[in-house]
Design a protein around this ligand. Sequence first.
Ligand SMILES: NC(=O)c1ccc[n+]([C@@H]2O[C@H](COP(=O)([O-])OP(=O)(O)OC[C@H]3O[C@@H](n4cnc5c(N)ncnc54)[C@H](O)[C@@H]3O)[C@@H](O)[C@H]2O)c1
Length: 341
Amino acid sequence: MRCLVTGGAGFIGSHAVKRLLDDGHDVLAIDDLSRGHAEAIELLRPRAGGRLAFERCSIQDGDRLGEAVRAFAPDAVLHFAALAYVGESVQIPGRYFAVNVSGMLNVMHACHGVERFVFSSSCATYGQPPDEMIPIPETCPQAPLSPYGRTKLVGEWMLRDCARAQALAGEAVGVAMLRYFNVAGADRSGVLGEDHEPETHLIPLAIDAALGRRDALTIFGSDYPTPDGACVRDYVHVEDLIDAHVAALDALRPGRVLAYNVGSGRGHSVREVVETVGDVVGTPVPTIEGARREGDPPRLFADPSKIERELGWKARSPGLREIVGDAVAWRKAHPNGYSQS
Ligand SMILES: NC(=O)c1ccc[n+]([C@@H]2O[C@H](COP(=O)([O-])OP(=O)(O)OC[C@H]3O[C@@H](n4cnc5c(N)ncnc54)[C@H](O)[C@@H]3O)[C@@H](O)[C@H]2O)c1
């Protein structure tokens, strides 16, 4: 297949590019490198045998995007490009809507007629689910609490509405919306990892704090109604997440509209993650107790049974320790992230 990967130089997108190349596909990765790394793409070239093209282009530039997509003529698109920080989205919502909604509309327009479209949605579209909806099924009402979550929900609506209209016009396409939970870990072969600037994700922050490369880690809130008072989240290994994309691509047929949670189904508290990082690194993570953050739901973890039942996908990773282990291995081997690869 010929696969277009937007955001292909980012954390998850680069792992997708690697997997698609390893599976024998041709890939065009598009990224404006605002948060991604050209080095990640370069590291993948040796395994590509000429099947990897990269275009530095913003999805906000509809004309250039359209030209690149027409020239490549993809069979499938995996749309990862987005701004992805909840806190930042509260400060600059307009920018989030511009990239995540208008930019996505450009991608959809450029890819009109492409038969398979896989979209990175998020558990942030659920907001704060009621207690009886945890673990969270796909039928949980989507009521996002942040501009970021709202941009992802609008993305889902755009895809559904356009897929329906195209089917009515006799041009049916297949679309899949994958609602990721907390994606973590690193490529098991050690080539790719997670390197964000600024970093906001718990596992890389905790690792760098344990390695003495950052100040103490703040634990936001110790009085949540959870067993140890800290927030509980669902961590999914990035390679398992990419397996879910491959399963969705295989399942997509014209006229199919799929929506799945992609999580491990296991909830881990922030303290549990911090302890696991300390154990794996061999040095405890220095921590500071902080106040709750507004809009942080106490417990979020997936009911992933729908994707298991329908696509046969299940997180392969045995658990948090392995996810942390792969992330630690990459951080130790790349003390300055990609800039020292
Ligand atoms: N990481 C998670 O836990 C998580 C959870 C839920 C959903 N998601 C979604 O998964 C996708 C990938 O997330 P990630 O963690 O790899 O983030 P990331 O920031 O590492 O990757 C996003 C990529 O998109 C690129 N990009 C941003 N704006 C662009 C633009 N205007 N034009 C072209 N490229 C642009 C960035 O340079 C970056 O390489 C995002 O859509 C995100 O919302 C991530």
